[in-house]
Design a protein around this ligand. Sequence first.
Ligand code: 5MM
Length: 340
Amino acid sequence: MKQLADIAHALVSPGKGILAADESSPTIEKRFKSIQVPSTEENRLAYRQLLFSAPDLGRHISGVILFDETLRQRASDGMPIAELLLRQGIVPGIKVDSGAKPLAMHAGEKVTEGLDGLRGRLADYAALGAQFSKWRAVISIDRGIPTPFCLEANAHALARFAALSQEAGLVPIVEPEVLMDGGHTIECCEEVTGAALGKVFASLAAHRVHFEGMLLKPNMVVSGNKCEAQASPREVAEVTLRCLKRFVPAAVPGIVFLSGGLSDGDATKNLNAMNQLGGAPWELSFSFGRALQSPALKAWGGEQENGLAMQRALLHRAHCNHQARFGRYRESMETPDATP
Ligand code: 5MM
């Protein structure tokens, strides 16, 4: 168990956070479509290899979450991708769920699948060099949902995943994502996030998950994206921390927020505001996908010759979020020249 706690602490070491690059095939296809690039295996490898080899990426990025395909790939010089990351001082991790699927008899709700055969897959991933794993549950807010049953079903799956991961020596990142889609208020998001976290931690405890050897990847508590009253970063920070303090044990070493469709700037500002407030018993860090990658994806545009511009864009976002880890981010840092 000590080894699990050491990895978890390394992933949230001061100033650092996680790059989520675990887009499944349909998601990466959607991202590539936005820049008119076909989602071939060759293009996916070219893009991700450029991301992971950005000079000194390990200064601000502690871990990278990979998709199954990527963990099995080799860089153009033949080096396994996991080794490329380790040489950057970055811990390789793996997404192990097989996606959120419609929950039977519960219109509009989903449950994440992937438990069948998970013990064997975790052993394979550990042999391939993964040191941590991730499972994402998706919870929607709408009229009459989420139901307590949906929260329960997802909490149970998250806890089974977490226990199996720890048994295999991998640090589980437990991700219950309350989506920001909809016209709901920040108060409604707080209530649903609290209900989801309450069930997740009760289930984790029942499954004997070792809190010191896991990380939580929640949504920030925000207004729905169609809500007229959009909360400020300060308000998001206060409400998010209030909610987390009620439901997340202090034994968990760190909270690594997802960005969930927030703009890259808003995700950074919210994280910064939380770290400015202080007083949290956990490291407050990031595990962003879109909020780290979006500018890099645009700068790349599918052209190898744009590799340097793309890496610069990624390093710039990593630097801004590094500053936000200490509550030192300023909007003036948004000029790309501000990256040291
Ligand atoms: C990078 O996206 C991840 C994979 O999503 P799919 O399984 O739907 O393809 C996702 O789990 C991601 O790790 C988190 O949602 C965080 O990413 P964002 O973009 O929300 O920060």
